[in-house]
Design a protein around this ligand. Sequence first.
Ligand SMILES: [Zn+2]
Length: 137
Amino acid sequence: MLAGLNVRIVPGATGYLGTNYAGKVAAAHDALSKEDFVFVHVEAPDETSHEGSLEKKIQAIEEFDKNIVGEVLKFRTEFPDLRILVLPDHATPVPLKTHHAGRYRLRYAAPASTPTAALRTAKVGAGEEDVYRGHLV
Ligand SMILES: [Zn+2]
């Protein structure tokens, strides 16, 4: 909102496990067909970390991976120049149950046609991350 992004309200979005992932993906797809940039926020990994539940955090990450990352990767068929960046807004280690300013990893997927210099820029700017061409891991 402060960045001037158009916010889409997804009914059933709970900020927790079992949120309306399909609704978020549909909203992202709709936005991507109209705008150049889409930001999808998923809160469950953070919330389950605050609870100190490793099992729930794993579930949250698995749900995110399957229902958001897996589905958004399919967008590349329709949007071949799509670049996807997956990252946390901060670390929330389960043992600490709170936010932490430590380092974290990110993943970036870019089309095979992306110039190497652009990938280097992303890598240098982000710190400790891995950049993979054409796929997301
Ligand atoms: Zn938090």
